[in-house]
Design a protein around this ligand. Structure first.
Ligand code: AHG
Ligand code: MN
Ligand code: MN
Length: 353
């Protein structure tokens, strides 16, 4: 006996099972200071929200009043699903009595929601899309939740959340939860992109892959071609290009989070361009395109409106929409090249007419 301790063969696997989200945040920050602890606790609450929503989704078909529409229309002018409201309430509940988040800005609420007991001590704001891809909820296809965490600036005494109207490079953290065959949480605090898988037997999100890098190019192009008639000619040029060249696959699920996750792992490009009905596109900046752009840039990819990096866009109002072109740098550049070509043509025609 040499007196030294010899761990069991299971020690490595055990350590992996102990790499939970809260521990990973502290590892990332290499700090146990107050802000690191805050961020770790914030991510832990988001994980709890993911578990509660995943549980509801799994049993939805068996639960009275879990599926279908509420009959209400939200600030987006969209019919609200019961799951939208449930998930929205989950995010509110997990941050009550947390002392962390003073206010929440949600796709489902016109104005920021304040949690009085957390104000003003809670210096963080959660911006979120509680259920992304609502149209998939009743047909048991993948949906997601998207989140962004920002530091509150000032006291917001008039409770308008004016300090939230900033570009996306100030996000402290961003990520999403993908409710699919497994429940996956992907996040970044600006030090790479990391994925966790929910281990139901532990009730914990366990680290599955670190420092995810999006391929330079991929074969997927993800867009709702049903809007072709409503697009600018430049987007049609891109679609005609991929229709006529080998090596492209159309993949579109109707849920941004699932389509984004495919692009993140396999490469390619997702587009939701402006249309005649929605010139700024359908997707919302603060809790859809900006958090995903943060992740995509952290993974080595790109995200633009087609003409401007998403993370540079400064919104005028909380629910502002932006067109979105996001994915592998090469593929985003290809889409942008068609847009630039048409802009040059328009400028030329204006100059010479
Ligand atoms: P949400 O369910 O949060 O409103 O988001 C739906 C979004 C996005 O998830 C998806 O990419 C897009 O809407 C699909 O829109 P279309 O049905 O117009 O293609
Ligand atoms: Mn959405
Ligand atoms: Mn939504």
């Amino acid at each position: 006996m040499d007196g030294a301790y010899h761990p069991s063969e299971a020690a490595h696997a055990l350590d992996r099972d102990c790499t939970t989200l809260s521990r990973h945040v502290l590892q990332q920050l290499q700090s146990f200071g107050p802000e690191a602890q805050d961020l770790s606790a914030l991510m832990n609450r988001i994980a709890l929200a993911g578990k509660l929503i995943a549980r509801r989704l799994t049993n939805a078909g068996l639960l009275e009043a879990a599926l279908g529409f509420t009959g209400e229309t939200n600030v987006q002018g969209e019919a609200v699903k019961k799951m939208d409201v449930f998930a929205n309430d989950v995010f509110i509940s997990v941050f009550k009595q947390s002392g962390l988040v003073c206010r929440l800005a949600s796709e489902e609420m016109e104005n920021p929601y304040y949690i009085p007991e957390n104000c003003p001590i809670g210096r963080y704001t959660l911006l979120y899309d509680p259920i992304d891809g609502s149209s998939n909820v009743d047909i048991n296809l993948n949906v997601g939740s998207i989140f962004s965490i920002r530091r509150q600036e000032g006291d917001d005494l008039d409770q308008t959340g004016a300090d939230l109207l900033q570009h996306g490079r100030g996000q402290l953290a961003a990520g999403y939860i993908l409710y699919g065959p497994s429940t996956v949480l992907v996040y970044s605090i600006g030090r790479g992109v990391h994925a966790f898988t929910l281990d139901d037997s532990l009730g914990e999100f366990i680290l599955a892959s670190e420092n995810i890098r999006v391929p330079e190019h991929g074969s997927n192009y993800s867009v709702n071609e049903g809007n072709f008639w409503q697009w600018d000619e430049s987007i049609r040029d891109f679609i005609r290009y991929v229709h006529r060249h080998e090596g492209y696959s159309a993949r579109y699920s109707g849920a941004l989070v699932g389509d984004f996750h495919r692009i993140l792992l396999q490469g390619g490009v997702f587009l939701y361009p402006g249309t005649t009905k929605k010139p700024d596109g359908k997707l919302r900046l603060l809790y859809e395109t900006a958090p995903l752009a943060f992740l995509m840039e952290q993974a080595g990819g790109s995200a633009s409106t087609g003409t401007q990096p998403i993370l540079d866009v400064v919104p005028k109002e909380i629910h502002q929409r932006t067109p979105l072109v996001i994915g592998s740098t090469e593929d985003v550049k290809l889409v942008e090249s068609f847009i630039q070509e048409r802009l040059r043509e328009k400028e030329y025609l204006t100059r010479t007419s």
